[in-house]
Design a protein around this ligand. Structure first.
Ligand SMILES: CC(C)(COP(=O)(O)OP(=O)(O)OC[C@H]1O[C@@H](n2cnc3c(N)ncnc32)[C@H](O)[C@@H]1OP(=O)(O)O)[C@@H](O)C(=O)NCCC(=O)NCCS
Length: 148
């Protein structure tokens, strides 16, 4: 379970970046009939990526993107393979991302949550800051958390 899963910080230059890309495609794009191939991913180079690994296979990821405010980071591309969902991996990744914020003097995380994932973020202390809007063709809300 989650206790035998390891977390690692990386970026798009990771030797196994293809695995991260495939995870994003499989969990975040295919189910909504889209593909990362059709998106401009050039700003991904700015992101810090955290991956969860089990037996050297990447099973979850989250990406932290800089914002105009140096004390605020944007959490994005939060994904855990179906078979690993509900086992605490997402929570581990978000907690690790929050630790990263603290270590880098950031005090706020913002994100666009799919409304299906809103309860997940709520459980982790994120609060809704907008009404529902459409992104990648599906309903989202803005959420944020002050990182103490
Ligand atoms: C949303 C997602 C990242 C959550 O990761 P996960 O590893 O399944 O979540 P965890 O097991 O760490 O869950 C942590 C807590 O949130 C709850 N939770 C997780 N997903 C939930 C959901 N969709 N609805 C309600 N509660 C949820 C869990 O029950 C758990 O509660 P507990 O602490 O009381 O036991 C994962 O389900 C996923 O990849 N979903 C598909 C892609 C997606 O929607 N990504 C988010 C885009 S904004």
């Amino acid at each position: 379970m989650a206790d035998s899963v390891t977390l690692r910080q990386t970026d798009v230059f990771d030797a196994n970046y293809e695995e991260i890309y495939n995870l994003r495609e499989e969990v975040l794009r295919k189910p909504i009939g889209l593909s990362l191939k059709d998106e401009d991913l050039s700003s991904d180079v700015k992101d810090v990526i955290f991956v969860a690994e089990k037996d050297n296979k990447i099973i979850g990821c989250v990406m932290m993107h800089p914002s105009d405010d140096i004390h605020t980071l944007k959490l994005r591309q939060m994904a855990v393979y179906d078979a690993w969902q509900g086992k605490g991996i997402g929570k581990l990744l978000v907690t690790r991302a929050e630790d990263y914020c603290r270590q880098h003097n950031a005090n706020r995380i913002v994100l666009h949550a799919r409304i299906t994932a809103e309860p997940f973020y709520e459980k982790l202390g994120y609060v809704k800051t907008s009404g529902v809007f459409t992104e990648v063709g599906i309903p989202h809300v803005k959420m944020e958390k002050e990182i103490a």
